[in-house]
Design a protein around this ligand. Structure first.
Ligand code: UFG
Length: 333
C-alpha cells in the first residue's frame, strides 16, 4: 500500500475507461472508495468493479452539479473523461472542444461551488507538439499539433487559473503512451474503434484481423518507424496514488510527465509481441498517419522528485504480456 485512503471517497470522472478503471482499482487497493462518474460513451459499466457509479455527461452543467452534490464529501476528484482519438478531433473540433473543454469547465464549476479543492487531471504528452528536444521536460514549450492536444492544453490552463483565483490544489499528469493491462486480466484496453498500436498488433497476431498497417517507415529513426514512451497503465494508476499523497503533504500545484524515459519504436513493439505470443504479426508498410510526431519520450525526473513516482511495471515485456493476457481472455483464444 502506497498511501492510506481508508474512509476517503475519490470521484473518478471517466472511471469506466481504460485508465480510469485501473485508477479505481488502485484507489480501492489503498483503502479508498472510488465513485465513478461516466457517460459511458466510450467507457464500460463492466469495468466499474471497485465502487458505485453515476451516469452523467459533463456537457450537462446542471446534471454535473447535481451529481457532484450527491458526493460533496469526497476527498478528491480525478478527471480522466475526454474524447481521445486524435484523428477524429481533426475532423470534429467542435465536438472535441465541447466534450473536453466545456465538460472540464462544468466539472471545475461544480467543484468550486461545492468547495471540492483537490484535483488530479489527466493530460498528455500531445500538449507539447513537434520538437527535437528529447527527453521532454515539463518546462518545454507547449505548442500542440492536434485538436486533441489543444483541448488538453486549454484545460491545463483553465486549471492553472482556478488555482490562482480560487485556491484549487491540482496535479496535472501528462501521460505518455498508456499500455498493458491489470495483472488479473479483468480490465484492460477496450476502445471502439481501436486505433492504438499494441491492441491492433495483438489482434493481427491472433488472426482476428488481417494484416495491420505500420504508418510510416521512412521516419528519421534507427528503423524508420515512430518512437514512443510506453508506460504500463498500472504505473499510471500508481502515479495518482502518489499524487494524493503529495497533495496531502502540501503540494498545491504541479504539472508532471508520467513516462518511463525510454523510447521504443513501432517495429520493436511488433518484435516483442512475436517474442511474447510466439505468433507472427503480419503487417504492411503504409504512409505516415496525419498528426503523428516522429519521437516522444519523457524526462521522468520531476515525477520522481515531486511525487516520489517511478515506473515499476513498464518493462516492454510486461506491457505486452499483460495486454496479451487480457486480450486472450477477452477474445476467448
Ligand atoms: N500505429 C501504426 N499502426 C496502427 C496504429 C498505430 O503504425 O494500426 C503507430 C502510430 O502511427 C504511432 C504509434 O503506432 O506511430 C503509436 O500510435 P498509437 O495510436 O498507439 O498512440 P499515439 O502515440 O498516437 O497516441 C497516444 C494516445 C493519445 C495521446 C498520444 C500522445 O493514445 O491519447 O499518445 O502522443 F495523445
Amino acid at each position: 500500500m502506497d498511501y492510506d485512503l481508508t474512509g476517503k471517497t475519490i470521484i473518478v470522472v471517466g472511471g469506466g475507461g481504460y485508465i480510469g478503471s485501473h485508477v479505481c482499482k488502485a484507489i480501492a487497493d489503498n483503502g479508498g472508495l472510488p465513485v465513478t462518474f461516466d457517460n459511458f460513451g466510450s467507457g464500460h459499466t463492466h469495468a466499474v468493479k471497485w465502487g458505485p457509479y453515476e451516469t452523467v455527461d459533463l456537457r450537462d452543467k446542471a446534471a454535473t452539479l447535481g451529481t457532484f452534490t450527491k458526493h460533496k464529501d469526497a476527498h478528491a476528484v480525478v478527471h480522466l473523461a475526454s474524447s481521445i482519438e486524435v484523428g477524429i478531433g481533426e475532423k470534429d473540433p467542435a465536438g472535441f472542444y465541447e466534450n473536453n473543454v466545456i465538460g472540464a469547465l462544468n466539472l471545475l464549476e461544480a467543484m468550486r461551488a461545492l468547495e471540492l479543492n483537490n484535483l488530479i487531471f489527466s493530460s498528455t504528452c500531445a500538449t507539447y507538439g513537434e520538437t527535437n528536444q528529447m527527453p521532454l521536460l515539463e518546462s518545454h514549450i507547449q505548442n500542440p499539433f492536434s485538436v486533441y492536444g489543444k483541448t488538453k492544453l486549454a484545460i491545463e490552463q483553465m486549471i492553472q487559473s482556478y488555482h490562482k483565483a480560487y485556491g484549487l490544489s491540482y496535479i496535472t499528469l501528462r501521460y505518455f503512451n498508456a499500455s498493458g493491462a491489470d495483472v488479473s486480466g479483468e480490465i484492460g484496453e477496450e476502445h471502439e474503434p481501436e486505433t492504438h498500436l499494441i491492441p491492433i498488433a495483438l489482434a493481427s497476431a491472433s488472426g482476428l484481423r488481417g494484416k495491420m498497417k505500420i504508418f510510416g517507415t521512412d521516419y528519421d529513426t534507427p528503423d524508420g518507424t515512430c518512437i514512443r514512451d510506453y508506460i504500463h497503465v498500472t504505473d499510471i494508476a500508481e502515479a495518482h496514488i502518489c499524487g494524493f499523497k503529495s497533495i496531502a503533504k502540501g503540494l498545491t500545484q504541479a504539472e508532471v510527465n508520467i513516462g518511463t524515459g525510454q523510447g521504443v519504436s513501432n517495429l520493436e513493439i511488433l518484435q516483442m509481441i512475436e517474442r511474447v505470443t510466439g505468433r507472427h504479426v503480419p503487417y504492411d508498410a503504409a504512409p505516415r498517419r496525419d498528426g503523428d510526431l516522429t519521437r516522444l519520450y519523457a524526462d521522468p525526473q520531476r515525477a520522481k522528485d515531486l511525487l516520489g513516482f517511478t515506473a515499476q511495471h513498464s518493462s516492454l515485456k510486461n506491457i505486452i504480456q499483460t495486454a496479451w493476457n487480457f486480450h486472450s481472455k477477452q477474445w476467448n483464444l
